[in-house]
Design a protein around this ligand. Structure first.
Ligand code: NAD
Length: 342
């Protein structure tokens, strides 16, 4: 466990079990240097505890980098709740998580992520103030989708010479809270949509409402397109999958899309422009962070489209140095996080 903490650079790792509700939770805190650790709560089943720990640690680091690059006064953290086969009361489980979070005295502030909803955050909020994206605060996913859309336009400009998405073939993997809202915007902008989801109903809805072309999940990455937007789970870009890609650029919501930085180099060598995930998907974090600082919608709205400008800056450095945008973004984020002169 300490080896993992050292490898990822975690500040703290908290674990809790509650036999009454069945809660088994991990809270990874990557950094509190710029402010309290803010980041989503996952409720998923994992093949084993080691993969849950790793997921929490990597996501927490991504949150620190994301907040730093978005200019937010927050650090990064993540909660992972292991989804049991059977749960007596989901509400009681998340209330128990609320007590755990409250015990950390503001070191970690939670939000929705894969598998959790505003209703779960409401349960957490019964026991702690260190929670965002409750029903009254609203789901951050639409803001994430707006940011991804702005980022896709910036990516199209950098790689294809125009930010006009009309007629571009854009492949969206995962039509969940972010993916579907993104697909709606892309449809409105005139893009041709190729979509995949493990859930047949979501796929059917995109075909019916957006005229999207359904593609089997395992085939989507190898389908020719202009831009691939990964909006399912992370870890999809590895040596083997990148060799199969037939797109000009990748710009999507999923956290931790790359299994390693070497894969980013492989993308660069193949001429595929990669929009670093934690830069392009920060819209939701911006929303919850500003809301936590009592920002209203009028304050939040202009911040999110600025993601396109930030990406353009990263692409500019990457082009000048002939390096992957992923490496450039890491360098910029680490400077903000660790350089005492900043
Ligand atoms: P979600 O759980 O609502 O949706 C994910 C969707 O992806 C589901 O419909 C699922 O069936 C599908 N999916 C999973 N694996 C797939 C695969 N291999 N092929 C095709 N479809 C697949 O989650 P979300 O909130 O939309 O988030 C999507 C991704 O974006 C996650 O990685 C999340 O961590 C990241 N993210 C989300 C937010 C946010 O505001 N919700 C913010 C930043 C990053």
């Amino acid at each position: 466990m300490f080896a993992l903490m050292e490898e990822i650079g975690l500040e703290a790792l908290h674990m809790a079990v509650d036999p009454v509700t069945g809660l088994k939770a991990i809270i990874a805190v990557h950094s509190t240097r710029l402010g309290p650790a803010l980041g989503g709560c996952r409720y998923l089943s994992y093949p084993d505890q080691a993969s849950a720990l790793r997921d929490a640690a990597l996501l927490a680091r991504g949150m620190s980098y994301k907040a730093a690059m978005a200019g937010l006064p927050f650090g990064g953290g993540t909660a992972v709740v292991l989804r049991p086969g059977h749960v007596e009361s989901r509400a009681a489980l998340f209330e128990a998580l609320g007590r755990m979070i409250d015990g950390l005295n503001g070191q970690y502030i939670t939000a929705t992520d894969s598998g959790t909803s505003s209703a779960d955050m409401d349960c957490i909020a019964q026991h702690t103030l260190h929670v965002t994206s409750t029903s009254s605060g609203g789901d951050p996913s639409p803001h994430t989708a707006v940011g991804i859309f702005a980022g896709i336009r910036a990516t199209a400009f950098a790689r294809l010479g125009s930010e006009n998405l009309e007629g571009l073939r854009i492949a969206v993997q995962g039509l969940g809270k972010v993916g579907y809202a993104l697909a709606e915007q892309l449809h409105e902008a005139g893009a041709e949509l190729l979509v995949s989801d493990l859930d047949e109903r979501r796929l059917h809805q995109a075909v019916e409402e957006l005229g999207a072309h359904p593609v089997a999940s395992e085939a989507l990455l190898a389908t020719p397109c202009d831009i691939l937007a990964p909006c399912g789970l992370g870890g999809i870009l590895n040596r083997r999958s990148v060799a199969q890609l037939r797109c000009a650029a990748i710009a999507g919501a999923a956290n931790n899309q790359l299994v390693s930085l070497e894969v980013a180099d492989q993308l660069e060598n193949r001429g595929i422009l990669y929009a670093p995930d934690y830069v392009i998907n920060s819209g939701g974090l911006i929303q919850v962070a500003l809301q936590h600082h009592n920002g209203n919608a009028a304050v939040i709205t202009p911040h999110v489209p600025r993601i396109g400008l930030r990406l353009t800056e990263v692409f500019g450095h990457a082009q000048a140095e002939k390096r992957s945008p992923a490496r450039i973004a890491d360098r910029l984020a680490e400077r903000l996080l660790y350089d005492t002169r900043t």
